[in-house]
Ligand binder design. Sequence first.
Ligand code: 5GP
Ligand code: SF4
Ligand code: MG
Length: 457
Amino acid sequence: CGVFGIYGHPKATEMAYYALFALQHRGQEAAGIASIDNGRMYNHRGLGLLAEVFAETQLDDLPGNSAIGHVRYSTAGSNTVQNAQPISFTTHEGPFALAHNGNLVNARSLRMLLERQGSLFQSTSDTEVVAHLIARAGLPTLTENVIEAVRMVKGGFAFLFLGKDELIAIRDPFGLRPLALGRLDDAFVFASESCAFETIGAKFVRDVEPGEMIVVSDKGMRSIPSGQRTKRAMCTFEHIYFARPDSDIDGWNVHTVRKQLGRILAERHGVDADLVVGVPDSSISAANGYAEESGLPVEMGLIKNKYIARTFIQPSSELRDSGVRLKLNAVRSIVAGKRVVLVDDSIVRGTTSRRIVRLLRDAGATEVHVRISSPPYKNPCHYGIDTSSRGQLIAATHSAHEICKEIEANSLEFLTVEETMEAFGLKDPHAYPFCNACFTGNYPTEVYEEDKLTYEN
Ligand code: 5GP
Ligand code: SF4
Ligand code: MG
């Protein structure tokens, strides 16, 4: 998912709307914006792309100087409008709204506890658990209630809370999910990725620190550290696949990292070939890096239809598989008679690679060597990247050699975790400030398998 927040701007809702466009790649299933004006909360959310959700709603219907917004891709909870965000609630000290990127690992047990104590839930999303924790904390200010609530949740999260006189941003203690702070004139802005700031002309100030809570109000900005001592564990997969190349996360530019991953692939896993083809869009940077390092030409051997949403994000595998066919075409005049290095960022279920290898061969490629700019994805993510159950992860049950056969490639190689970390300039395996759990199985938090709310896709 993607979140955006703005405090103290005369066109808060408009800015939120435009900024969310820059985060649309983070989720296409639902979108919404909540604003606050004179103590009254306004909220519009719905299923679909941002432009669809706001097609018939005037942004003027969401007045106020502060707003938060969300684009959703479901990891926990089904894709229904009740699960769209922001969610808003009323407490004894006024209304508040909440937007969340990530996934909580103890949502189920907290929910059971809350239900036993009389809370009634409207949705199946784990975000609502946090709203209930806030509503029942009963302390004098929203800030105190939020601190109390967030102390109880575990997992990966970037939260934005909008209250009647403040906007609160929180990043989980490991920094699993990204969250950046910026300024737009006198206003404060927060976004999952810095590319949203560029879009509205805001200036990037810094990343929210792992565990940090930032409260902005008419009195300015206040930072409250979590006090928890944890090891930083930012999601590597944001850099590999999820984020936009023009974003900077925790000091690293996403495109630059991907290019470096491609260079290392060429250097350590090179192969004799005629040209390099990247899978659009997320693997173009890595393909460029591979080409630069190997000296081979990089070509647009595959063209993507931009008007079809990311296949993976379509919730059922039936839809995903049919989506793949609509999305990509091979360019015959480029690949015919050529030995192709096909660079992709990841193999999750293996469906995409198999399809693309076949496309290239059908277009006349004589050899297809697949190079993946990440390690084998073997373990499910519990922190908000939807890679479903382990059973669907081809690398959980197949060796690289077996996957190579499955996808009908001439050869297949992945990066190691160490090589992946080298792309960030990191050499000491004991000091990686990253989560690599989907590759290694070492989760930075406890994970409770039975604690996942129903995964319906
Ligand atoms: P596969 O067909 O192997 O499951 O999917 C791999 C492809 O999906 C890669 O080309 C990669 O760019 C993309 N992908 C990898 N992880 C994710 C994810 O978490 N979400 C989405 N939407 N796409 C992904
Ligand atoms: Fe990211 Fe993988 Fe960790 Fe999930 S398990 S947060 S996808 S690195
Ligand atoms: Mg891809």
